[in-house]
Write a protein that binds this ligand. Structure first.
Ligand SMILES: Cc1cc2nc3c(=O)[nH]c(=O)nc-3n(C[C@H](O)[C@H](O)[C@H](O)COP(=O)(O)OP(=O)(O)OC[C@H]3O[C@@H](n4cnc5c(N)ncnc54)[C@H](O)[C@@H]3O)c2cc1C
Length: 315
């Protein structure tokens, strides 16, 4: 007699119980700033660090984990992301002030941290007002603007390892460099301690307003985008090379090189992730041919293409 074929259990059936939510096949385009991307096989939204730690300690070792914050620096490919996508969001959004230090959850929006620092009369964190991500994303990317970056304000970070254990990393252990932290990829950040310097609330407010006004004129912040597409090569701005290579206005499907800032790609409607990625690769080819410089992606690309091409480790 022939034996019955065994059906593998769905991923969600193999995962430990959590206090937060576990959802199957959830479309990630609704979370990404680009408004593109396929589904997460399972999306986990932990309630707090304890929920996250217990999940990581108990999940089967072969289950891949990908972390997202506000997805403002992410291109999620059209085939989606296999394994568990962990969204560090609402459960990690607390912000507290103690003297000249601010403790912010990794899911807190950078803009809220800047506003809270202003209200407490703490200067030095104004740059965060214009970065549309979370504190966790900002730690990972050493996010910065207008001459300041996270490396200038971070005292320490709370993080959870693959075994579910919670750790505190000093600023030195975070290994910050231009738009990069050496700790990124090994840890899930749950909170950060940041330091400001006492300042005048009206001056801080004025600086934040200047930053926001400048961004509105220089960046396509009202159109779906992923921020700077490529890292600035040493000593030169990526946007200058892109313009030199004649890429202004270049288009693929609904993906266009922004007319406001040529290092930003925008989804003007109907773009999918492959349009955006192929447009980015076209820019890289043209810039290399024209200038000899090989641009490196700043945007992290995750997941598989609609054709199921293999996942790539984020750059
Ligand atoms: C309009 C616009 C303007 C921008 N301007 C700037 C700018 O001026 N300066 C700048 O630096 N960036 C800028 N960016 C890019 C982006 O906002 C930053 O890189 C931001 O810090 C990303 O945060 P996020 O929460 O969106 O991270 P995501 O995009 O969700 O993730 C980015 C990376 O961080 C990782 N990550 C996220 N959260 C965690 C966590 N809790 N623990 C571990 N890893 C985590 C992800 O795995 C991924 O590798 C801009 C983006 C847009 C859309």
């Amino acid at each position: 007699m022939m034996s019955a074929k065994r059906i593998a259990p769905r991923l969600i059936q193999r995962l430990p119980g959590v206090r937060g939510s576990l959802e199957e096949n959830l479309d990630l385009a609704r979370f990404t700033w680009f408004k593109v991307g396929g589904p997460a096989e399972v999306l986990f939204r932990p309630t707090d660090a304890d929920d996250l730690g217990k999940f990581l300690a108990a999940k089967p070792a072969d289950v891949a984990v990908t972390v997202i914050g506000a997805a403002s620096n992410l291109l999620v490919r059209d085939g989606g992301v296999a394994g568990v996508v962990i969204r560090v969001g609402r459960g990690f959004a607390d912000i507290a002030v103690d003297g000249d230090e601010i403790t912010a959850g990794a899911g807190a929006a950078d803009i809220n941290v800047a506003r809270r620092a202003r209200d407490a009369g703490l200067a030095g964190l104004e740059f965060m007002v214009g970065i549309p991500g979370t504190v966790g994303g900002a730690l990972t990317m050493n996010a910065g603007a207008y001459g300041r970056e996270m490396a200038d304000v971070v005292v320490s970070a709370e993080a959870i390892g693959a075994d579910g254990e919670q750790h505190r990393l000093t600023a030195a252990e975070l290994g910050f460099s231009y738009r990069h932290s050496t700790a990124a990829g090994n840890w899930i950040f749950t909170a950060a301690r940041l330091r400001g310097v006492p300042g005048d609330v009206a001056d801080i407010e004025r600086r934040m307003a200047e930053i926001q006004a400048e961004r509105e004129t220089t960046q396509p912040i009202k159109t779906p985008t992923g921020g700077s597409t490529f890292r600035n090569p040493h000593g030169v701005k990526a946007w200058q090379l892109i313009e030199q290579a004649g890429c202004c206005g270049l288009q693929r499907g609904g993906a266009v090189v922004s007319g406001k800032h040529s290092n930003f790609l925008v989804n003007v409607g109907g773009a999918n992730a492959s349009d955006l990625e192929e447009l980015g690769e076209e820019i890289r080819r043209r810039v290399e041919a024209e200038t000899g410089v090989v641009l490196e992606w700043e945007i992290h690309r995750i997941g598989t293409t609609a054709e199921g091409a293999p996942e790539e480790v984020p750059s």
